[in-house]
Structures are given as structure tokens and as C-alpha cells.
Design a protein around this ligand. Sequence first.
Ligand SMILES: *Cc1c(COP(=O)(O)O)cnc(C)c1O
Length: 373
Amino acid sequence: MTTPESLQIPTDLLPRDGRFGAGPSKVRAEQLAALVDTGTSYLGTSHRQATVRNKVGEVREGLTALFNLPDGYEVLLGNGGTTCFWDAATFHLVAEHSQHLSFGEFSSKFASAVKDAPHLSDPEIITSETGTHPRAVAREDVDLYALTHNETSTGVMMPVERPAGASGLVAVDATSGAGGLFVDPRQFDCYYFAPQKSFASDGGLWLALCSPAAVERIESLAASQRWTPAFFDLKIALDNSRLNQTYNTPALATIHLLASQIQWFNENGGLEFSAGRSRRSAEILYTWAEASDFATPFVAEPAERSHVVGTIDFVDQIDAALVAKVLRRHGVVDTEPYRKLGRNQLRIAMFPSVDPEDVASLCACINYIVGNL
Ligand SMILES: *Cc1c(COP(=O)(O)O)cnc(C)c1O
């Protein structure tokens, strides 16, 4: 009898690269090779000197090109990842009162950070059922609208749009969406992310594409009486970013891997190319799930099904955790669902680095496992 422990997936069905995790995500071999190729000239050198600062400059210019940023938009960066940026935003982006669309683990966290900040008023938090997204509502007293381009915990994506008639800043957590989803920079004031998802680098860094209005907000809050720890001070980050530096020492490998990925996107056609790859992968995944008699897309509304992180529910008779375990034994890793969602589900990242053909192979592997257990 075939047991989950003895089941062997035929080698020719396996994806060429088995990394489907939502972050840290697949790093392309070419990125790693480019880093190794630097030999003794990059790693282990000062981040205050030209070698590294030019690399940071390459990242900032590369992102400006990739997102087609209008004049006056600036690329800021600092250490600490997205979670750190949320805290920084409570000091230097939210003036007084914010509105948050909360529809999963990640979007709820920024809302909590604001709620806990003693110097801000209680935020307005708009929620929706798991597997959907709420809509922002323009209000006179809201000075920042907090959106999330892609809710990584549930696999729901939403369009980035300024709420009609709103005057407040639009800040978007694009940690998993940036690079893998289309966006019009005129629709946001701050589009922030970390590089361990679509940008196929490592964690620990944050990047923020800021409109002139966002820069002005940072400058005016920094000039106010509000006490701000230096690590969360976005004015310090702004001043350092303009010099292609970070406030404190960054991870140089992270910056190099990130620069390689941005270059790969830009050389192949920019966001059209990178988001196009994720869109193609998503088409393969959801088409397979819809045709399957044991799997269905978790997100009911097709337009809200993420192109970068797909969530697939399984019927009760099939244990998704067991499927993930068999996959893992074959080197196909990190398809487990977001732990706190608690569903009989697989979660599959389809960031631009992931080959759409590998997503097709993954679907074939799942069919094989289910058919042979
Ligand atoms: C991964 C993720 C985060 C957390 O990023 P860190 O860099 O680990 O802090 C935040 N928001 C979203 C949408 C994410 O996908």
C-alpha cells in the first residue's frame, strides 16, 4: 500500500525549483552568482563608501524606473523591514488620525501599531470577511489611509486607488505586492515594502516610494514637537537615503540581491514583465483549482485572487497538510497555509522569480499525490 511516507512523485513531474514560500521567497541562481562574482570587492567593505553607495543608488534609480515614478517622488530606505516601517509611520506619516483597511494578519498589524501609539487618536479600522477586502471611505478628519496591496495571509489582492474625494495621504503596504502587481504611482503617496518577496532578496530592509506630499508630511512632523526614536525617524531616513545611505549599517548582500532583481525586471520590460509573470502563474494555478474536483480557490471573487500568493482550499477528505508534507519530502517547500488562518489549504507564492511552468508542475505533483494516496 502507498503511504504518505513511501509515495514517490515521478522526477519528471517535479518543478525545476521547488521554492514556493511567501517570504523569504525563491532567490534566482543568477542573483546569487552575481553576488559571488563580486569576490573581494563588495562584501566586507564600508557602506559609507562609493562601492556600496553606488549599489544603493542603483536600487533607488532602478525602483524609480520600474514604477515609473512621477517627478518629485523619492525612494527612501532603512533597516528593520516592513514591521519597523509601521512603527516609523506612527511617528512621521500619521499626523493625527488614520483609517485602516484590515483584512488579514498583516493589514491588522499596522492598525494595531497606530492604536497603541499614545500620541495618535484611535484609528478607524474597516474590516471585511476573511478572503475579501474592504473599501476605503473618504473622510474629512482622516489624514492617512492605510491600504494593503496584497494580503499575504489570505491571498487577497486589491487595487491601489485613492478614495474618491479624499485629501489624506494614501499609504500602501506593498510588501508582497510590489513588483508582482501593477500599480499607478499617482494613486499612492507612500508605497512601502521589504525585499524578501517579489524582489527575491533577504529580509531586514524597508523601502518606501514617497510622493512629494508624503515627503512634506515627514518633514513637517519631524519639525513638530513629537518625540521620535532615531531608528523610527523618517526624516533621518530621508536625509540618509538622499545620500544613498542608511542611518545604520545595512546588510550588503540584501542590497546586492535586490539590485540584481530590479535590474532583471527593468532589462526585460519592467513591471509589465515582472507582474506579467505572476499573472501567468496565477492563471495556471486558479485554472487548475477551478477544474479540480478536490481543490478550489479560497478567494471567491476572481478579481480579488492574488497573482502573487495563491490560497487553495481542499475538500475535507484530502488533508492539505499531508500533501504539503509529501511535497516537502521531494524538495517542494513552503506550500503550507498561513498558520493563523487555520484552513485545510495550501498557500503558493507566485512572485516573479517563480517560473510559471514550475507552478504547472506543482499542480501536476498535487494531482499525483492526491491520486495515489
Ligand atoms: C511579509 C509581510 C510583512 C512583514 O514584513 P517584514 O519585513 O517581515 O516586517 C508585512 N506586510 C505584508 C503584506 C507582508 O506580506
